[in-house]
Design a protein around this ligand. Structure first.
Ligand SMILES: O=C(O)CCC(=O)C(=O)O
Ligand SMILES: [Fe+2]
Length: 711
């Protein structure tokens, strides 16, 4: 056991969680598993206690306005070099400093500096404490806790590949019960809300009510807790600014006002934060109204009409024009008979809305007069709260809003203008956006009709295979998916035999050439690339085997070398296809669940970028160790893509491509050629030089291959 570890004594007040965490890590490094687990659990416990203490203190501050103000703050406003402050600012400052002064009395306000640092986005580290916990617990044979910790970590970090594997291992262990996979950090309001909904579904409104009420109370408490935590990161940010010499220049007023605005912005985000969690979310931004709706319905079902009224009136506080709520209100009023003047919305919700609107007013004021920004997370904010001068601009922004979540606007590849083929193709993400060096996502390579034709080809080929006794086999990568692969030559042979349409087979060839041209133009304009292998691959989820899948559709790998995740090295030697230089994946559909492509760091663990397949989308990247990649499990439906690999080495050019091309020639073309050959018999004293024939084939390949409009 390393020296100087924090002492843990039951019942003692919580210690700074970051220090406990650091000690836990030291214990781990020394292999002292038992103290490591104890310290980490204590770190998590004290982190939670800290949150509660802040929340309670915050509530006390709000309840006791008007404490004495430090004179320095009140005297200060004019001392700064900023613009002269008017009465509003003075008043504002007064309010701010009042709250600030009070808050400074809160416990944990000035604990070890590191606590703030911990709060600053390092929750992940705390969660990774869970991760380490599970490793240690595995060693300590506390498997139940290990599985729960692993599950907890995994819910928060679903792309963590190491944990995915560990989870799979725990699931295979017969001693770990399914109930062990519980989320230690699921907020209680979620469990309560889920229970409430389930009971409502079973027409058990009476039992549902206490659970739904608990969910609402707990969510409001969680929002409070989040609000109370809004000062830590800001505090740190200010410290850093000061260290960098960027802070403190605008005078005390600017510093405090800036701080206050950041606090308000943070508080406004709290409902959203409470409503969201990786892997699970309430309908945001309707988090509170949606709970109130369930509540009024449940109360009405059990005949609590006055409570049904209170809840529906609360919904109307958010959305005064909500038709369904207005209708329900009328109905409840009619059922109640005599008017009840004393009945109003719930007090907790009324207070919540009043406070939130007060904050929004201040934020909009600052936006209008101090030039700060504020993105209102709520859709229920009444227009009257927004200053006239800002409304027009915000409305425009709102209209743009759906694009906020879309990938960056594709830019046309103007510098490839000379490549006629590229008409309609756009660059959606470049290497920088994909966090790599040689990676790109291009869209618009196929029309929907072309995708349809290639999907049909894959389907017909699979059926032809099934008829000849070849069943779609299990994927080589996972037992939970079927895998069908079709090469260009096989497609051409099947077309020749009439088993698949020749249009699809021809398109397959044409499209692969389209991808090659693009890949070369983008990554290797100076040095020709050749196709070395083209494969139309479909992966289908096997029904009934998709519950809690932990495996991948395609494990992380690099395409031209053997990846060693431990060292991050990639060995360019067999069995890898070492001659592959650039990879391309051209997707044909998106009507399946899961199946996104992802890139990782060379450790094969940290996901650096993800791409959702869709018709006509090409992901192209260099095939080496700089681009380890994999595919998330396909859990429903069928995912089809054209996988292509390019090489600089002409000797590795795909022979089958040329054979397929020959096979697919139309009879007239062949006749034409035969005729020509007859015209120039080999006996001819001046035979056509071989290059001429090659030229003709190339002409055909090179004739505007854009069949898109014709399809
Ligand atoms: O289908 C994909 O998105 C990736 C497939 C892949 O990486 C491969 O076949 O090497
Ligand atoms: Fe690959």
């Amino acid at each position: 056991e390393p020296p100087g570890l924090a002492r843990l004594s039951p019942g003692a007040p919580p210690q700074a969680p970051d220090l406990l965490y650091a000690d836990g890590l030291r214990a781990y490094a020394a292999g002292a598993w038992a103290p490591a687990v104890a310290l980490l659990r204590e770190a998590l416990r004290s982190q939670a206690a800290l949150g509660r203490a802040r929340r309670d203190c915050g509530a006390r501050c709000a309840a006791e306005p008007g404490a004495a103000l430090p004179a320095v703050l009140l005297d200060a406003p004019d001392s700064g070099p900023g613009p002269a402050q008017g009465a509003w600012e003075r008043h504002h400052l007064h309010l701010i400093s009042q709250t600030e002064a009070l808050r400074s009395l809160c416990p944990y306000r000035t604990p070890s500096k590191g606590v703030w640092r911990l709060r600053d986005g390092q929750v992940f580290q705390m969660v990774s404490g869970q991760f380490l916990l599970c490793v240690w617990n595995g060693k300590l044979k506390k498997l139940d806790l290990a599985a729960a910790a692993a599950h907890t970590f995994f819910v928060a970090n679903p792309t963590h590949l190491q944990m995915r594997e560990d989870m799979a291992k725990y699931r295979r262990m017969s001693r770990v019960r399914p109930q062990s996979f519980r989320d230690l950090e699921t907020p209680p309001y979620w469990a309560a809300y889920d229970d409430g909904l389930e009971l409502l579904g079973r027409q058990e409104a009476g039992l549902a009510l206490p659970r739904l009420e608990e969910a609402l109370q707990e969510s409001l408490a969680q929002v409070e807790s989040c609000r109370a935590g809004c000062e830590g990161p800001e505090e740190q940010q200010r410290e850093e600014e000061e260290e960098e010499g960027t802070g403190g220049q605008g005078g005390l007023y600017e510093t405090i006002a800036g701080h206050w605005i950041r606090v308000l912005q943070c508080r406004q985000r709290c409902v959203g934060d409470t409503a969201t969690r990786p892997g699970r979310s309430f309908p945001v931004p309707d988090f509170l109204p949606s709970q109130l709706r369930r509540l009024h319905e449940a109360h009405a079902q059990v005949g609590n009409l006055s409570q049904a009224m209170e809840n529906v009136l609360s919904v109307l506080l958010f959305y005064p024009e909500d038709e369904a709520a207005k209708k329900a209100l009328n109905q409840y009023q009619a059922q109640l008979g005599e008017p009840r003047p004393g009945l109003g919305p719930r007090e907790d919700i009324r207070q919540f809305i009043l406070r939130s609107l007060g904050e929004k007013r201040q934020l909009y004021y600052a936006m209008e007069h101090l030039g700060t920004s504020f993105k209102d997370p709520d859709s229920w904010t009444p227009a009257a709260v927004i200053p006239e001068a800002l409304r027009e601009k915000l409305r425009e922004d709102q209209e743009k809003r759906p694009w906020d979540h879309e990938p960056p606007q594709p830019k046309p590849l103007t510098h490839w203008k000379d490549v006629l083929l590229l008409e309609g193709v756009t660059l959606t993400q470049d290497a920088r956006q994909l966090n790599g060096s040689e990676r790109a996502v291009l869209d618009g390579l196929l029309t929907p009709a072309e995708c349809g034709l290639l999907l049909q080809l894959a389907k017909d080929a699979a059926e032809a295979g099934a008829r000849s006794g070849y069943r779609g086999r299990r994927s080589p990568h996972t037992p939970h998916e079927r895998f069908e692969g079709l090469t260009v030559l096989k497609a051409a042979q099947l077309a020749r035999a009439g088993a698949v349409g020749s249009q699809g087979a021809k398109l397959l060839l044409e499209v692969s050439e389209r991808v090659r041209t693009l890949t070369q133009a983008y990554f290797s304009p100076e040095r020709p690339l050749h196709l070395s292998f083209t494969h139309l691959v479909c992966r289908s989820a096997i029904e009934g085997e998709q519950e809690q899948r932990m495996d991948l559709s395609h494990p992380v790998h690099a395409d031209n070398c053997v990846l060693d995740p431990d060292t991050g090295e990639c060995w360019r030697e067999p069995p890898a296809y070492t001659y592959r230089d650039y990879s391309g994946l051209l997707y044909l559909n998106d009507d399946f669940h899961g199946g996104d492509l992802f890139f990782t760091e060379p450790n094969a663990l940290t996901v650096t970028a993800q791409v959702r397949p869709r018709c006509g989308r090409l992901v192209a990247f260099s095939s080496g160790g700089e681009n380890p990649h994999g595919v998330w499990a396909v859990t429903r439906g069928r995912r089809c893509a054209l996988a292509l690999w390019h090489t600089w080495a002409p000797e590795h050019r795909e022979q089958e491509w040329t054979e397929a091309k020959e096979l697919l020639k139309e009879p007239e073309e062949e006749e034409e050629e035969e005729e020509e050959e007859e015209e120039t018999p080999s006996r001819d004293p001046s035979p056509e030089p071989p290059s001429r024939r090659l030229q003709r084939v190339q002409d055909r390949v090179g004739k505007p291959p854009r069949v898109r409009e014709e399809l």
